[in-house]
Design a protein around this ligand. Structure first.
Ligand code: ADP
Ligand code: MG
Length: 621
């Protein structure tokens, strides 16, 4: 064969430029060369399978469709052989002498840019066939096309600006690529490294990849099979494989679309929330593939951050394999895939909540916190997420949660807003003063019992055109109810005379000084003597407590205190004020502290405890 005359040809100038960058820059991810070569082989095999279907004559009809990788540790060579479509002489020249992929112009400038700026950056680019020159001084390609009357050819280059082409007889169908490895790439002629790289990037390739005759990629790309061909068991096994998990998942969504983009995806919701269990912040769990070849593991761009609890695979053949990581971030295509999958996932959860409420309940209990994070950070999907939120309410059974839609459905006709109140737990909320007016008016109130909840509602602003209103707002306006005093139980007495009340309120305000913004007579209280309310309506008390705890800069704003002028304690206070003003002032301080505690706001414990002992002492006399 070698006696046959070899033609020497010049590479096209852009190839020279590319090779120059490939060879003279340091790579951090050199190993992607193998992914590139295997993906080319897989493409060639796929094309051959297609040719077979066309029913024409093909060369070497019975050669099994597979990729073989062999190596010689002593000679430092690595050989990749496939039985794909192969290349004719013309194709070798066209495919390996020019840059084929679309958009190669900008790709090259980007690549050159990256190479100049930061040598580490360049390793993030896939460069197709030419990636072979990252690890090899010399690359030999022998190829025999599937076309019956074609001839075998050999292409050879040391990347010195030219390549040679010569006829090569006796070849089987397909392509064999021999790499003579550079000194610092000798490790690639080892079983360990080859296996590692293949299982990382090419594990799901549909054709057998064999090393020394053993198939290394035994896991099927489940996402590209049709749903009806997959057993539950297989779904579970695949989850365990990709998520490195030992438990079965809670559920999965297997989804494919052809338009507007070709996407296949298989995503799972696991059983456990490791973040909650204290393992630190989770990494994204979904990897991005293009036709079963890995583009980016645990991609940060492919789904919104709040979806990091989801594990799985997204595959789109519309993505170029050799897209750079930088380009992934800026890619409109990736943004579109992100939007499509996120919407579809939210829709799936909504359907699940209807069809399998117990499963959804588990998801909500374990991962609801992520959905809440989404509600506060993901404007695009906010409305869809809002439908998935669940809370206990004054009309739900203890421990049972309802959706905002259920709340709205139960609203009376004259109720315009959706009400919520924060508290550490159900009992504390129900014993506190905030529910009183709602109980009286038979109005449902949602209980927000987690720190993030009030932020979620504040971000939502409204649901189904109804405003979300915290029950601790000073300007709360409840729908008018015929109040029927006679049905009120307890030792309810008449409100005090308004002149007395006005004077008491004025004095209380003076006594409390800058601890309050204002003191007012309440219209909302029934059983409690006082309540703390938020005059500015921007933040709830719960939000302020959290902001203050996480950021010392945030000062809790001064609140209004409303008092119940029908309450015996308040009425007695008016009397006591005339007899022993200093003791009455102590009681005012204590009423305020108690109301602050019920608002979930911190009070200074020492003063409060000393004062309450003093009051007790006097009561015992
Ligand atoms: P891309 O795969 O993006 O087209 P590459 O640089 O990886 O770019 O490959 C260039 C072209 O060379 C391919 O499009 C294909 O036509 C051809 N080619 C490369 N490897 C093989 C192979 N093993 N068998 C057949 N054709 C190949
Ligand atoms: Mg390629």
């Amino acid at each position: 064969m070698s006696e046959v005359q070899a033609e020497t040809k010049e590479f096209k100038s852009e190839v020279k430029q590319l090779l120059d960058i490939v060879i003279h820059s340091l790579y951090t991810e050199k190993e992607v060369f193998l992914r590139e070569l295997v993906s080319n082989s897989a493409d060639a095999l796929e094309k051959f399978r297609h040719q077979q279907l066309l029913d024409g004559e093909v060369f070497d009809k019975d050669a099994p469709l597979e990729i073989n990788i062999s190596f010689d540790e002593e000679a430092h060579t690595l050989t990749i052989t496939d039985t794909g479509v192969g290349m004719t002489k013309d194709e070798l020249e066209k495919n390996l002498g020019t840059i084929a992929h679309s958009g190669s112009g900008t790709f090259l400038t980007e690549l050159a840019d990256a190479a100049q700026k930061d040598v580490n950056l360049i390793g993030q680019f896939g460069v197709g066939f030419y990636a072979a020159f990252m690890v090899a001084d010399k690359v030999t390609v022998q190829s025999r096309s599937f076309q019956p009357d074609a001839e075998g050819y050999q292409w050879e280059s040391t990347a010195d600006g030219s390549y040679t082409l010569s006829a090569c007889s006796g070849l089987h169908r397909g392509t064999k690529i021999v790499l003579e490895l550079m000194e610092d790439a000798h490790n690639y002629a080892s079983e360990y490294d080859i296996k590692r790289i293949i299982t990382q990037y090419s594990n799901f390739v549909s054709f057998p990849i064999k090393i020394k005759g053993d198939e290394v990629n035994t896991v099927q790309a489940l996402w590209s099979k049709s749903k009806s061909d997959i057993k539950d068991e297989e779904y579970n096994e695949f989850f365990k494989f990709i998520a490195n998990a030992s438990d079965d998942p809670l559920c999965h969504l297997h989804f494919s679309a052809d338009a507007p983009l070709a996407i296949k995806s298989l995503v799972y919701v696991p059983k456990d929330n490791f973040e909650e269990m204290g393992f630190g912040r989770m990494e994204p769990g979904v990897s991005l593939y293009c036709q079963k070849i890995l583009i980016e593991q645990q991609s940060k761009e492919i789904l919104p951050e709040w979806m990091r609890f989801v594990k799985g695979v997204i595959d789109s053949e519309d993505l170029p394999l050799n897209i750079s990581r930088q380009a992934l971030q800026d890619s409109a295509l990736v943004a579109k895939i992100n939007k499509i999958i996120t919407s579809r996932f939210l829709k799936y959860l909504a359907e699940l909540a209807k069809k399998e409420p117990e499963t959804y309940e588990k998801i909500w209990k374990t991962f609801g916190i992520f959905l809440k994070e989404g509600a506060t950070s993901d404007f695009m999907h906010r409305d869809a997420i809002a439908k998935l939120l669940r809370f206990e309410s004054s009309k739900s059974e203890p421990g049972k949660q309802i959706s905002l839609a259920e709340y709205v459905e139960r609203m009376a006709e004259d109720q315009k807003d959706i009400y919520y109140i924060n508290g550490p737990n159900r009992d504390a909320i129900e014993a506190g003063p905030y529910l009183e007016a709602f109980k009286k008016g038979d109005i449902e109130v949602l209980y927000t019992m987690e720190p993030i909840d009030d932020f979620v509602f504040s971000h939502l602003g409204e649901f189904d055109d109804k405003k979300m209103v915290s029950a601790d707002r000073a300007d709360l306006e409840l729908p008018e109810k015929e109040s029927d005093e006679s049905t009120e139980e307890g030792e309810k007495t008449e409100a005090m005379e308004s002149a007395v009340a006005d004077s008491l309120i004025k004095w209380m305000k003076e006594t409390l000084g800058d601890k309050v913004k204002d003191v007012l007579a309440s219209h909302r209280l029934v059983d409690s003597p006082a309540i703390i309310v938020n005059p500015d309506g921007m933040f709830t008390s719960s939000m302020e407590r959290i902001m203050n705890a996480t950021n010392q800069e945030h000062q809790i704003s001064t609140k209004n205190m409303e008092i119940n002028t029908s309450h015996a304690l308040i009425k007695d206070l008016a009397t006591m004020r005339t007899k022993d003003e200093s003791f009455a002032a102590s009681v005012v301080g204590q009423i305020h502290d108690n109301a602050m505690i019920q608002a979930g706001l911190l009070v200074e414990p020492r003063t409060m405890v000393d004062r309450s002992y003093a009051i007790m002492q006097r009561a015992l006399k």
